[in-house]
Design a binder for this molecule. Structure first.
Ligand code: UD1
Ligand code: PEP
Length: 456
């Protein structure tokens, strides 16, 4: 076990990387077996949940990604003692001495993650106050936090906006509330869960998000002593309890990483066995993957994704909240769709600006047009506004090598696999951001036979 200190956590930006640019010699299929561990979108929240307990928690299968390091650093600043087993990925979180951290240190630390907003409820319960710095996360839209703040006000939090962030207090404690979200936001649903479990009285949340990572967070909270029911039609009910203990939990696998490697197999005409991937959480993805011409085999310990030969087929996708097609799957799949025979349409309904990554694909020879209209069966929140949120992809087009810069996490993975599929030598810069959500992606690319060098 290694103890995580503030300094070691700060080193997170370089997880798995020795440089910021990778030079690829493309044109080779990716083939072999890699493993995925716990989901970035669950483990970071499960770590915050440990703050609510009065005993030690153990979270298993935690990947070494920079978002985990950022959250570990923030928890450490708040007095949580964290030990990590580097081999198993087990994290031991001891919250017995939680304390108020200095604003300047929190600000210096918050880094690339959006998770600090979820510290509010647990810190208000433990300390009666919380400070939230400016948030990181992918720049794929405006990403406001208005639902979070409204939810917290409903629970009785007093919110003060400062130039350096947001300060909160709960002079009369937090009490249960009736909340209806304007949209089933993942983060705002987690905000309600992490606040309501220790609030005084009952909470009813309507229009909740029900992503698998949220269900796994609910599993964890129940292990800690919470009382939570998930009813039909996106209604979650929580009865607040006075005390929560610790938990021991194996994190849900990262279905977004698994889907990314599946797209990599399709783009490069490869064959990738993703150890740790499971069918139920990927059902919607698997249907689309098959319709596009990809093949897969479900095994007890993972899923094999491969290009079975023949032509890829165009598909029409609308990203949506669960159980719809997850927005984080869209960007890598678009690269595969540039190789399909015909016209594909992707209507992005979750984020208003998630197509920034296609400029590089167009530069590499893809035929992708962006539209402001909703090109799908449903009119989404971005329809009558000025956002290019529908993409028309015509294929197949030969991808040619280029020098490109990674814009965000999933867009970055898309650029990697485009460079791997393109004939010739591509330079992909700003790859450090990919370590936010893809553990050891350099080593995994090596295992899969990619031909590349990392520039020092
Ligand atoms: C760390 C993490 O788990 N990130 C995931 C989480 O992000 P995150 O929790 O940030 O995403 P949300 O579900 O909250 O966002 C969905 C939509 O709601 C809007 N919104 C959200 C909150 C708010 O206060 N006001 C508001 O308008 C957002 O701008 C966006 O248009 O869910 C997304 C949707 O599945 C995923 O793409 C992200 O990978
Ligand atoms: C958008 C994503 O993450 P985050 O919310 O952490 O920026 C993502 O994982 O694709």
């Amino acid at each position: 076990m290694n103890t995580i200190t503030n300094d070691s956590a700060r080193a997170g930006a370089s997880v798995g990387l020795t440089g910021d640019t990778i030079v690829f010699n493309g044109g080779r299929p990716l083939a072999g077996r890699i493993e995925v561990r716990g989901a970035k979108n669950l483990v970071t929240k499960a770590m915050v949940a440990a703050l609510l307990g009065e005993d030690v928690s153990v979270l298993r299968d935690v990947p070494d990604i920079s978002d985990v390091r950022v959250v570990a650093g923030l928890l450490t600043l708040h007095g949580v003692k964290i030990d990590r087993n580097e081999v198993s990925g087990d994290l031991r979180l001891d919250p017995t001495n939680v304390e108020t951290a200095h604003m300047a240190e929190i600000n210096a630390h918050a880094g690339s993650s959006r998770i600090p907003i979820l510290f509010c409820g647990p810190l208000l319960h433990r300390l009666g106050e919380a400070f939230i710095p400016d948030l990181g996360g992918c720049r794929i839209g405006d990403r406001p936090i208005d639902f979070h703040l409204e939810v917290l006000r409903n629970f009785g939090a007093v919110i003060e906006k400062l130039p350096s962030g947001i300060r909160m207090s709960a002079p009369e404690g937090l009490h249960g509330a009736k909340v209806t979200l304007p949209y089933p936001s993942v983060g705002a649903t987690e905000q309600v869960l992490l606040t309501a479990v220790r609030a005084n009285g009952r909470t009813e949340l309507r229009n909740a998000a029900i992503e698998p990572e949220i269900m796994d967070l609910i599993n964890i909270l129940q292990k800690m002593g919470a009382i939570i029911s998930v009813d039909a039609d996106r209604v979650i009910r929580i009865e607040g309890v006075e005390r929560l203990g610790g938990y021991s939990h194996k994190a849900l696998f990262d279905r977004n990483e698994a889907a990314s490697w599946a797209s990599a197999a399709l783009v490069t005409k490869g064959d990738i066995y993703v150890g740790g991937a499971k069918q139920p959480e990927m059902l919607t993805f698997l249907n689309v993957f098959r319709k596009a011409g990809g093949a897969f085999e479900i095994h007890d310990d993972g899923i094999r994704f491969y290009h079975p030969g023949g032509e890829l087929r165009p598909v029409v996708i609308e990203t949506d909240v669960h159980p719809g097609f997850m927005t984080d799957w869209q960007q890598p799949l678009v690269v595969a769709l540039t190789q399909a025979h015909g016209v594909s349409i992707v209507h992005e309904t979750v984020y208003e600006q998630r197509f920034g990554f296609v400029d590089a694909l167009v530069e590499m020879g893809s035929d992708i047009q962006l539209h402001r209209e909703c090109l799908g069966s449903q009119e989404c929140r971005f329809g009558q506004r000025n956002f290019q949120h529908s993409a028309v992809i015509s294929g197949p087009t030969k991808l040619k090598a280029a020098d490109i810069e990674v814009p965000d996490l999933r867009g970055g993975f898309s650029h990697l696999i485009a460079a791997l599929a393109a004939e010739g030598t591509s330079r992909v810069s700003n790859v450090g951001i990919i370590a936010r959500g893809y553990e050891n992606f350099i080593a995994k690319l090596e295992t899969l036979g990619a031909d590349f060098t990392v520039e020092a």
